[in-house]
Design a protein around this ligand. Structure first.
Ligand SMILES: NC(=O)c1ccc[n+]([C@@H]2O[C@H](COP(=O)([O-])OP(=O)(O)OC[C@H]3O[C@@H](n4cnc5c(N)ncnc54)[C@H](OP(=O)(O)O)[C@@H]3O)[C@@H](O)[C@H]2O)c1
Length: 217
């Protein structure tokens, strides 16, 4: 059992991952800009994962109490949200789920990210943490739908092998998920881009598609 804190855990992705981790027996803390919203979202997750320990509070509380921190704020919010959490994240595994994506004329696209990717930006903003990019391709709707196996891969990118292995183990705790080593944190931008493509695929096929890498043992 690991204590996992979500930064911006009140949105669909944070609640979806929190729900799945709670089902797997982990303790979950839902962080928010306000304690009230964190507590409210925690109650929603706890309702669906009855035997789990799920609490909520402000982002700073979630970051400082957690053993592993999961970032589920929008990419555009990272630059303001992460610096005050620096000390609380020092020495911890921090998982970046963010996808820099905008909609222009109804079309999904990716803004240029100075650091290369949302995950690399998070690493730059949290220099004492071990940032790993993962879970960017798992859609919130499917995570929240129920306890059914997901039949999807989570591609894990990072520069620290131990942090990557820990994030991979967490991914495998979600039923039906396989973890795939995606290489260094530099490669997170490719994984983030897959989600932008999936948004289009899901729209055209009216589904909730994910990713499976073929040809692996
Ligand atoms: N939704 C998906 O299916 C999906 C799939 C893959 C990856 N992701 C990634 O997962 C992350 C979360 O996605 P989401 O759909 O759950 O996002 P969201 O609902 O837009 O935002 C999540 C939470 O972030 C906080 N937040 C929003 N704007 C903020 C701001 N300007 N400053 C500080 N905090 C802010 C809010 O929490 P409070 O108001 O409680 O503070 C909000 O509930 C994103 O980075 C997204 O790219 C999402």
């Amino acid at each position: 059992m690991t204590r996992i804190g979500f930064i911006g855990g009140t949105g669909p992705e944070g609640k979806g991952l929190a729900y799945r981790f709670a089902l797997a027996g982990h303790e979950v803390i839902i962080g928010s800009r306000t304690e009230e919203r964190g507590v409210e979202a925690a109650a929603e997750v706890a309702d669906r994962a009855a035997s789990a320990t799920v609490t909520g509070g402000e982002n700073a509380h979630a970051a400082s109490e957690a053993e592993i921190v999961v970032l589920t704020v929008p990419y555009a919010a990272q630059a303001d949200t992460l610096p005050p959490l620096r000390e609380a994240c020092d020495g911890k595994l921090v998982i970046s789920t963010a996808v820099p994506m905008t909609f222009e004329g109804g079309k999904p696209s990716m803004p240029a990210v100075e650091e290369g990717s949302a995950a690399e930006q998070a690493q730059a903003l949290l220099p004492g943490a071990n940032v790993v990019g993962a879970f960017q391709n798992l859609g919130a709707a499917k995570l929240w739908k129920g306890d059914e196996p997901l039949d999807q891969d989570v591609i894990v990118c990072g520069d620290d092998d131990a942090a990557k292995q820990r994030a991979s183990a967490l991914a495998k705790d979600i039923r039906g998920v396989r973890a795939v080593d995606g290489g260094p944190l530099y490669s997170a931008k490719f994984v983030e881009g897959i989600t932008v493509m999936l948004v289009g695929i899901n729209k055209r096929y009216k589904t909730l598609a994910g990713v499976r890498i073929a040809g692996l043992e």
